[in-house]
Design a protein around this ligand. Structure first.
Ligand code: SME
Length: 151
């Protein structure tokens, strides 16, 4: 399915849904099942200052907690910027929840004050799996979530 169709599908499925956990679970499911190169798809949430805790996800086991200082997720949370990492083995801070992961993208989700409230993390076993279209889609989805649940 094409990226813009997935975006429209997510926006349509979430229409009228005001619960944040239901939204995260639905986004993880829709994205994960839309693309064969998305091998782990899910959220980490800022549950206390500087700490991310796992949220709804699809795929194998994910680490339960990540400090902002650690991992690609921590880098996204700390900097507030998308991290598109074509080869995770080039980033020593990468946390390997799965030994088969080769690339990863993490997009921050901010509240109206600009604080990172969660990150959307997608891992792939393929090298350089995430195209500009993936970046755009995931950033659009996160902007949608920001406006709808954190404005
Ligand atoms: N690889 C991530 C950790 C989370 S898992 O991949 C699900 C990171 O380096 O932050």
């Amino acid at each position: 399915m094409r990226h813009d169709e997935i975006y429209m599908r997510i926006a349509s499925v979430l229409d009228g849904e005001d619960d944040w956990v239901a939204a995260m679970a639905t986004v993880a499911c829709e994205l994960h099942n839309a693309f064969a190169h998305y091998h782990w798809t899910g959220f980490y949430r800022t549950t206390s200052p500087g700490i991310l805790k796992i949220g709804p996800y699809q795929g194998g086991h994910g680490c339960l907690a990540i400090a902002f200082e650690n991992g690609i997720c921590g880098a996204a949370a700390r900097t507030g910027r998308t991290q598109n990492v074509p080869n995770v083995h080039d980033r020593p801070e990468h946390i390997a929840c799965s030994s088969t992961t080769n690339s990863e993208i993490v997009v921050p989700i901010k509240n109206s004050e600009g604080n990172v409230v969660a990150v959307l993390d997608v891992d792939s076993d393929d090298l350089a799996a995430f195209s500009d279209e993936d970046v755009l889609l995931l950033e659009r989805v996160c902007q949608y979530l920001e406006l709808r649940y954190h404005a």
